[in-house]
Design a protein around this ligand. Sequence first.
Ligand code: GAR
Length: 197
Amino acid sequence: MKIGVLVSGRGSNLQALIDSSRIKKMLAVVISNKPGVLALERAQKAGIPVEVLEANKGEKREAYDQRLASLLQRYQIELVVLAGFMRVLSPSFVSLFKNRIINIHPSLLPSFPGLEAQKQALEAGVSTSGCTVHFVDEGCDTGSVILQKEVPVKPDDTVETLSARILIEEHKLLPKVVDLLARNKVKVIGRKVEIEE
Ligand code: GAR
């Protein structure tokens, strides 16, 4: 399976994919919407082709996503992994790659979608948060959940300490889901996901 990873920044989740030798072989391209980010360095170091696709000034979301889709198709990408990719994808892009785009999010969805999920969890006063890998649909973090992992929230947590504790689990969860998808163990029935193991 040819995988394209979309990134915007640090790329620690990308690194977790690179660190799995089985998955690394499938990483066909890493695309960043921002130049000069650490994620690109990580990909280059691992010998994975990289592309920077910046949005042009005033460019409509659909136009950007069309360029993104063409780039992914040029690499014959079958699975798109959003690993800290901080752009919302348009419905036409999502339908082009239906059930072939996954995202990692630092909360137990449907709680705390969107930006600053860890801060939202702290402000809500929950005692448990976590991370979710889900299929991407037309909404913001609303697609079917594939797998989740719970993480405790401690009374003295800051955004930094909670984020770090969740990140450790993200780095296990994302490769696990990618491996399941690569082995065709994930079935989508309507909105529900079944894992065959
Ligand atoms: C991760 O915590 C990821 O879950 C989050 O951004 C971080 C990226 O870190 N994604 C979102 O919040 C998406 N809504 P990384 O670049 O080191 O993988």
